[in-house]
Ligand binder design. Structure first.
Ligand SMILES: Nc1ncnc2c1ncn2[C@@H]1O[C@H](COP(=O)(O)OP(=O)(O)OP(=O)(O)O)[C@@H](O)[C@H]1O
Length: 293
């Protein structure tokens, strides 16, 4: 797919297939095109080039059918503040055409999933930030969608609230709901995603399970060397000459896949200040050229 805004190609040759039943993490730095991808899937934006099919329905032609099977959890909180938690869910159950006879049960189920049963009568405005976000997710699930789009589900939340939301997303996957989740939090992707598609400048630059991405791009372990700037520059030069990827982190330089170092380089560099297991953050920084939050 391609989606341009004037001279900017927000999505630039994106090719992405999401298998049924998995949680796919769409991981990328700010501006990589994650939100635009979500908007294309909900037909809030129309692609300039390419084809999109959602659950067998081609967009935009069959967007109504696709939307009915999809739950969308936006990045921006757009709850109706004057309505209670229950009423917010009822409105969406109605909009999503949940049969009248089943509506109350659907709303109860969504409240229970979001652990908001005892706050059902509280106005959205009076809920805490974390509760509002849980309600926002519950609202996207009230009609039991087969595909859920989560756009940065925990952005701006404190770590404890983030963990609560993670359990909610994990429960979805356990129910066999297909989830596409955009995030720029590495830990979120590592915890929740069966597979990650790493996006940079509007396209997918790598796609696999977190473990396979780490093994391929960052190897088994990373050597971190501390030192003066000149020494770090020298280490960087030597490592790269030996074909190894490196990463700058503050006052240190990291050599990825350090187990692949030739013995001569190992002797030249001396023992590292620190040796650690490679992680998804190393892959993210290597492939997108961006730092992480
Ligand atoms: N409506 C728009 N008009 C003009 N440019 C846009 C519009 N929407 C997105 N863009 C541009 O497209 C690019 C991709 O933006 P997008 O919001 O999809 O990125 P993102 O990966 O979701 O970033 P973030 O993590 O910051 O939400 C950016 O350069 C952005 O400025």
């Amino acid at each position: 797919m391609v989606k341009r805004y004037g001279d900017i190609a927000a999505v630039d040759g994106l090719d992405l297939e999401v298998p049924y039943g998995i949680c796919l993490g769409l991981l990328g730095p700010n501006g990589a095109g994650k939100s635009t991808t979500m908007r294309l899937l909900t037909t809030q934006s129309l692609a300039d080039e390419g084809e999109i099919t959602v659950l067998g329905h081609p967009l935009p032609r069959a967007s109504k059918k696709a939307r009915a099977l999809m739950g969308v959890v936006p990045q921006q909180d757009n709850l109706d503040e004057e309505l209670t938690a229950r009423q917010n869910l009822e409105v969406f159950a109605h909009l999503y055409r949940v049969a009248k006879a089943e509506r109350a049960a659907a709303v109860d189920r969504a409240l229970s999933m979001a652990q908001l049963t005892d706050r059902a009568a509280t106005k959205a405005d009076d809920l805490s930030g974390g509760m509002r976000r849980r309600l926002l997710i519950a609202r996207g699930l009230v009609h039991r969608p087969r595909l859920v789009l989560l756009d940065e589900p925990t952005v701006g939340l404190d770590p404890q609230v983030r963990q609560e939301l993670w359990s909610l997303v994990a429960a979805l996957r356990d129910e066999g709901v297909t989830t596409l989740m955009s995030t720029h939090y590495i830990e979120e992707a590592e915890r929740l995603a069966d597979e990650c598609a790493l996006m940079s400048r509007g396209r997918v630059v790598a796609r696999d399970t977190p473990a396979a991405l780490i093994a391929e791009h960052a190897g088994a372990h990373v050597d971190e060397h501390l030192g003066q700037p000149e020494r770090l520059a020298e280490i960087e030069r030597l490592a790269r000459k030996a074909g190894l990827a490196t990463r700058r982190t503050g006052p240190s330089i990291s050599i990825l896949a350090a187990e692949r170092q030739p013995e001569s380089l190992r002797l030249d560099l001396g023992p590292p200040s620190l040796q650690r297991a490679a992680n998804l953050e190393d892959v993210f920084v290597l492939l997108t050229g961006e730092s992480v939050e």
